[in-house]
Design a binder for this molecule. Sequence first.
Ligand SMILES: Cc1cc2nc3c(=O)[nH]c(=O)nc-3n(C[C@H](O)[C@H](O)[C@H](O)COP(=O)(O)O)c2cc1C
Length: 307
Amino acid sequence: MSSRLATSLCGIPLKTPVLAASGTYAYGVELKDLVDLSAVGGIVVKGLSREPMDGNPPPRVWETQAGMINSIGLQNIGVRAFVAEKLPQLRTAGTAGVTIFANVFGYAIEDYLEVVRVLEDAEGVAAYELNVSCPNTKHGGIFFSSDPALLAEVIGAVRKIARRPLIVKLSPNVARIEPLAKAAEESGADALSLVNTFVALAIDPKTRKSRLGAGFGGLSGPAIKPIALRMVYEAARSVKIPVVGLGGISNGLDAAEFLIAGASAVEVGTANFWDPSAPVRIARELDEFLQQEGIDHVSKIIGTLKL
Ligand SMILES: Cc1cc2nc3c(=O)[nH]c(=O)nc-3n(C[C@H](O)[C@H](O)[C@H](O)COP(=O)(O)O)c2cc1C
């Protein structure tokens, strides 16, 4: 990959600023025969919880006109199995050298702390991405991501025990993103990532039921890109820490738009379902765009929106 794209995020060197988004790239190792993982800027693994989780009842995915709605329900093998089984495989031939970000979630602050404690003892994780788009079951189901005080509480608690950088992944399901971005920065986040999926519903008009077993799901893919861009712009201009932008990125120009809106790096999610090597292709297309524009390094377009 060209030197135009080599960058860093929270002090972590990245070959390219194009990462694979959580929940769309499994634990990375599963893709090793399909994709040259050494060319991927980084992989954010599927969300990890303190215990294994089965997720929601099927159907769990519905394709929409320009995206998809999922209600996977954060199914995962649990943080201990990830450390014991997946991380060692990520260090073997074919996957060695790929930068791994561990996505962490929970339903109480203690859950986040337990997952991070287990990861702290493990080798091969560059940073944590905290998925705060979960209800706090100890506080009547208020979402961590929708209340600045609750958000600050969980970040502050994790910050105290985490030695690695902390990227806080914000939910777009809020009226204003700025107070949440600021609360995350003030309570110790090293970076933000946004957006997660938009709460959505698909209806089968014949049965008059939801298309998804769980009822509601989360909308992702090209359909959400314009809203995600607006929110990344708003978040980036309200904080000093770096912002990782995502939501509907499917080609190099999409990635460039997020960088121009103020993101320092991007993640690719839904596009991986039709092109597993999307993070590599998108980085190449971004590089071609920079070359055509006569820009010698990707950092030069970050936050250059003329508005
Ligand atoms: C099937 C699926 C599973 C996902 N699982 C997670 C997850 O475990 N943790 C998380 O933080 N985000 C998860 N996400 C959200 C994505 O990482 C991303 O934020 C969102 O899909 C928007 O990006 P995109 O439009 O490029 O897909 C998931 C998304 C999809 C489609």
